[in-house]
Design a protein around this ligand. Structure first.
Ligand code: WT7
Length: 655
């Protein structure tokens, strides 16, 4: 990592926005001035300017009981009304909200009027099933318009959605359904992926089956969208077709306002322990920062841009930059169901050409995999509509940054690298593209109204040029309000480390350069970042040791040219299994097992079967040394190991 960091910091290129871009940009330097003058008043102005309030707020921030923040607490709003009805009432009902493209090439253009009508019916459906204020609804869907409709319908009735990424396993779904005690699951028969139907409903059936010893069954119904047309099992009385329900539903539904702090959603994310945390977001502050960043960072002009954020709704990026932000802004956006290489490797570029996409927001891992395929693929398409590019999920290496700008952005489009997390709800560190000169590889500057710092272990600011820990020093509107059902874990995970200063600890390493601009250096905890998705080493280790053949396991993130990091597991196999199975067979079985337990994204790239693991005298696994092995580096300092010979044994075994 450190040579990579030094290389990053050598990067000295600057790219100023063109005068034409700067002239039309939504964000100007005035935003920084206003935020610096009065941070809270700045956010209050944004909330009033960008959202419709049924009851205006008089209080901006209540930080009297940290770390439990309340923003705009006495205000009332409807998130769904802000994303839908108000655009129709303003005369923009005919504007396209979603340009949907299925993987197999089917299209749907959904206007704001149509989307509003669908969400009204879906809200009536929810109410007919007894779902209302405060109820939890699990959503397990492919990237189809019904995903956004289901989320907005929950928001409309004040229910809390918990979207579970369609690539997660039945077990992962089950633990999320249980943790939130969901009453309803919304799923599909299946969706299209890599040219075939990938079933979803069977995982829901599995997640809800055999619950004799588990917690009390809370799920009353499963609503199924027909998408894949695949055969599915049906539980009479529990399962309902989405289309039947919507057909029967009333067309009218008035949006009720809810308090600004009403929970909007729970989204589970991996932490340093085995159990994912349910990050809780609320309404008014979240939506303010979601719209703010779509407008000023992604520079969306709703009447002329075609926006495309390629994230799945299963991740926070899909919540803030596919559903809530763009829709609250009244933007037109592309939604694509499938994989980038189906049916041909130029699919994304074909979509940009077809729909005239002007702003593309994606992840470095995608950019690197396109780089590998070669520029001749995108160059077959007309990408001249692109005027701005965004990056999210992990640091973008300067080489990929330049390629992105040159090949996709026509050598001219500004790039905004946006640092944020599931917990922050919306972008936190990013340039304003019409103001800031871009630096390849750096997330650069905190947004107006956002305060960050880089500190040492004791919470003191480190000088520019020196590495440290990234902290958020002031509460922000879209911040998480807690961990579902576990206030202690919320305090412990994010606030305990710098309790004296009252800082939020992000878990990322960072460094400020000579201009005080911020470069992210990767996670400093046991969290991996694979293709821009967070995975916990402990969670995968727990899955591995849950297999009957495994005695012990240690998981690390190794460098990977495409995915950023890759999952590499070191496993000690029980004697009885070692003698009866080949190492290749065991590794294959375990890879498959992890995929079943968590989901395909967690499947280890490499599994090394070893006889020992490097541990300190207190028994802690030294992952640093295993990372050296996984990256093929010389193994670092082993003096704190209980048995210093272990690393040479392991190194010999992985060759
Ligand atoms: C972690 C959060 C933000 C939505 C997608 C991931 C890393 C994210 C950047 C960036 C460097 C980044 C951090 C962060 N990360 N964006 N622009 N530059 N690192 O959300 O799963 O909550 O992961 O992703 O390590 O802590 P997430």
């Amino acid at each position: 990592m450190s040579s990579q960091i030094d290389h990053l910091l050598d990067e000295g290129r600057r790219f100023a926005p063109s005068p034409a871009f700067a002239a039309q940009a939504n964000g100007t330097s005035d935003l920084y001035k206003r935020a610096a003058a009065d941070r809270e008043e700045f956010w209050a102005d944004q909330a009033r300017d960008l959202l419709h309030w049924h009851t205006p707020f008089t209080q901006t921030l209540d930080w009297s009981n940290p770390p439990f923040a309340k923003w705009f607490d006495d205000g009332q709003l409807s998130v769904a009304y802000n994303c839908l009805d108000r655009h129709v009432e303003a005369g923009n009902g005919d504007r396209v909200a979603i340009l949907f493209e299925g993987e197999s090439g089917d299209e749907r253009r959904i206007t704001y009027a149509e989307l509003t009508a669908e969400v009204k019916k879906a809200a009536n459906m929810l109410e007919s099933l007894g779902i209302g204020h405060g109820d939890r609804v699990a959503i397990y869907l492919p990237m189809i318009p019904e995903a956004a409709i289901a989320m907005l319908a929950c928001a409309r009735v004040g229910a809390i959605h918990s979207v579970v990424f369609g690539g997660f396993s039945a077990d992962s779904l089950r633990s999320r359904v249980d943790d939130a005690a969901a009453r309803l699951v919304i799923t599909a028969d299946g969706g299209y992926r890599k040219g075939r139907v990938s079933p979803l409903k069977p995982a829901v059936d599995m997640a809800l089956a055999d619950r004799g010893t588990g917690p009390q069954e809370t799920v009353e119904h499963v609503v199924v969208v027909k998408r894949g047309g695949n055969d599915i099992d049906w539980t009479e009385g529990r399962d309902l077709w989405w289309h039947d329900m919507l057909e029967q539903a009333d067309a009218e539904h008035e949006a009720q306002p809810f308090p600004a702090e009403n929970p909007l959603y729970i989204l589970y994310t991996s932490g340093t322990t085995g159990k994912p945390k349910g990050v809780v977001h609320t309404s008014g502050g979240y939506l303010t920062q979601a719209v703010f960043t779509n407008k000023y960072v992604l520079d969306i002009h709703p009447d002329s841009d075609v926006f495309w954020c390629t994230a799945d709704i299963g991740w926070v990026t899909g919540h803030t930059y596919v559903v809530y932000g763009p829709l609250a802004l009244g933007a037109t956006q592309v939604m694509y169901e499938g994989t980038p290489d189906t049916p041909h490797p130029g699919r994304w570029w074909e979509l940009i050409q077809k729909y005239g996409v002007s702003i593309l927001y994606t992840a470095p891992t995608a950019i690197r995999s396109f780089m590998k395929q070669g520029r001749q693929i995108p160059q077959q398409f007309d990408l001249s509509s692109i005027r701005l590019l965004g990056s999210v999920g992990e640091p973008i290496n300067p080489e990929a940054w330049i390629w992105y700008r040159d090949i996709i952005g026509g050598g001219e489009a500004p790039i905004v690298d946006t640092w944020w997390q599931t917990e922050t709800g919306a972008a936190m560190i990013a340039a304003l593209p019409g103001v800031t000169d871009a630096k390849p590889g750096a997330a650069q500057v905190p947004l107006p109204g956002i305060s960050v710092d880089v500190v040492d272990e004791t919470g003191h600011q480190v000088p520019n040029g020196k590495g440290g820990l990234l902290v958020l020093t002031e509460p922000w509107p879209a911040m998480l309000r807690g961990v579902w059902g576990d206030p202690e874990r919320f305090k412990e995970t994010y606030w305990e480390k710098f309790a004296d200063q009252g800082y939020y600890f992000a878990g990322d390493g960072a460094r400020k350069d000579e201009d005080s601009e911020i470069w992210l250096l990767g996670r400093v905890d046991d969290v991996m970042n694979v293709s821009g998705h967070r995975l916990s080493t402990t969670e995968i280790e727990s899955a591995l040791v849950a297999h009957e053949s495994t005695a012990e396991a240690a998981v690390v993130g190794a460098k990977d040219d495409t995915t950023g990091e890759a999952v590499v597991a070191f496993v000690i196999i029980k004697e009885s299994y070692l003698s009866a199975h080949s190492p290749e067979g065991l590794a294959g079985t375990l890879r498959q097992w992890v995929s079943q337990q968590i989901g395909a994204i967690a499947r280890p790239r490499d599994i090394y079967i070893v006889s020992e693991l490097p541990k300190t005298r207190s028994g802690k696994i030294m992952r640093r040394l295993l990372r050296d092995v996984a990256d093929g580096r010389e193994v670092g300092d082993t003096t704190t190991l209980a048995d210093t010979a272990v690393m040479s044994i392991i190194s010999a075994q992985v060759k």
